[in-house]
Design a protein around this ligand. Structure first.
Ligand code: ADP
Ligand code: MG
Length: 358
């Protein structure tokens, strides 16, 4: 906990200093939103299943101030940007806030455009410790930080946090043109320290899951550094197989399908590949619920086993792993104290470690 506060206070000092240099005045608003890692529940979201993400201590922070004008000026200090890092646009008439270049600004513009009240002119600086474009959800952190910043600027606060997450998702869909699910925005808005978040993607209900005894354990997130984003056609092939399987069984989604249905699915002419995809989704939903119970009970050995099973199924049944990710996971599993390891996001592995053993 102390470390997290220290990190955030460092980010804050940096952001305040840059704002002062950039705008020649002090800012009076400071907000931040976290990135996330999904602990278990992979490829379940679009099948109306369960996901279990956790917010990270890496955050996107925005500091700023009203400027008394009809425009906003925003500077991002991210070193990963390949285009201009400073943008200025009119905010007084929000129907004129539309997507354009640079692309990164579209995440911000979308939140401004869909904010449920007028937005006055402001100056702002964005500083982030969430790695960009790496599967730890810097995009949702940027949207949620932007939305929270405008709430502070206007005093208009969203009453239902789920609505806030949905507006941020809409910004990503319609302004950044990314058809993302809802997990990233939900965990960035609702995530609490010391808790994972169980999200039911069928009815968007959420439950904070206390991670009992978490202080004796660590989650290590490692980057394979190999570009590993499931291509859109490979993703579509898997998603369509799931949708088609549900349709063959006369169900709305795979959430309503059980392992007992696999026989009927075979009779309906499902291919071996389709059966593998479906069994992954059904078992992954069960694993996610089992992991939820294990977290509550502080049974991290069980959490580790479920993480291992999740990875093995993603590798063998959903076929979305890679040589690099398997190498990271297998290497981690050989280390004493490691309870489990799996792939998560694009090019990452997350490993549960019992820190008491070191
Ligand atoms: P991820 O969410 O996994 O990090 P995405 O591709 O969904 O990856 O989102 C990354 C994009 O979000 C970046 O390419 C950039 O456009 C935008 N973005 C995220 N963080 C920042 C930031 N701090 N400053 C500017 N743009 C950012
Ligand atoms: Mg993203």
């Amino acid at each position: 906990m102390a470390e997290i506060i220290h990190t955030i206070s460092q980010v804050k000092s940096e952001a305040l200093e840059i704002f002062r240099k950039e705008f020649g005045k002090d800012s009076d608003i400071c907000v931040f939103a976290p990135g996330r890692v999904n602990l278990i529940g992979e490829h379940t979201d679009y099948n109306e299943g369960f996901v279990l993400p956790m917010a990270l201590p890496m955050v996107t922070m925005i500091v700023g101030k009203l400027n008394g004008k009809s425009t906003c000026t925003i500077v991002s200090t991210s070193k990963s940007l390949t285009t201009t890092s400073k943008i200025e646009f009119e905010v007084s008439d929000r129907s004129k806030v539309v997507p354009g270049e640079p692309k990164w600004a579209n995440y911000v513009k979308g939140c401004i455009a869909f904010f449920p009240a007028d937005v006055p002119g402001f100056d702002a600086v964005i500083v982030s410790t969430v790695p960009m474009g790496s599967g730890l959800s810097s995009s949702a952190a940027l949207e949620v930080a932007t939305y929270t910043f405008i709430e502070a600027l206007t005093g208009v606060e969203c009453k239902d946090l789920r609505d806030k997450a949905l507006i941020c998702q809409k910004a990503e869909h319609q302004f950044a043109n990314v058809p993302c699910g809802i997990m990233d925005q939900f965990i960035s808005v609702i995530g609490q320290q010391g808790h994972a978040l169980l999200l039911d993607c069928r009815d968007l209900s959420v439950t904070q899951i206390p991670m009992d005894g978490i202080d004796n354990y660590a989650f290590l997130i490692t980057n394979s550094n190999a570009p590993h984003k499931l291509s859109s056609s490979a993703f579509r092939e898997r998603r369509d197989a799931c949708f088609e399987a549900a349709k063959k069984l006369g169900k709305k989604s795979l959430r309503e399908v059980t392992l007992d249905d696999l026989e009927s699915l075979k009779k309906e002419g499902a291919t071996e590949t389709m059966l593998k995809r479906v069994s992954h989704v059904i078992n992954e939903n069960s694993r996610t619920l089992a992991a939820t119970a294990a977290f509550k009970a502080g049974d991290y050995v069980k959490v580790g086993e479920l993480m291992n099973e999740s990875h093995d199924s993603l590798r063998d049944n959903y076929e979305v792993s890679s040589h690099e990710l398997d190498t990271l996971v297998n290497t981690a599993r050989k280390v004493a104290g490691v309870l489990g390891s799996r792939l998560t996001g694009a090019g990452f592995a997350v490993t549960a470690i019992n820190t008491e053993m070191f």
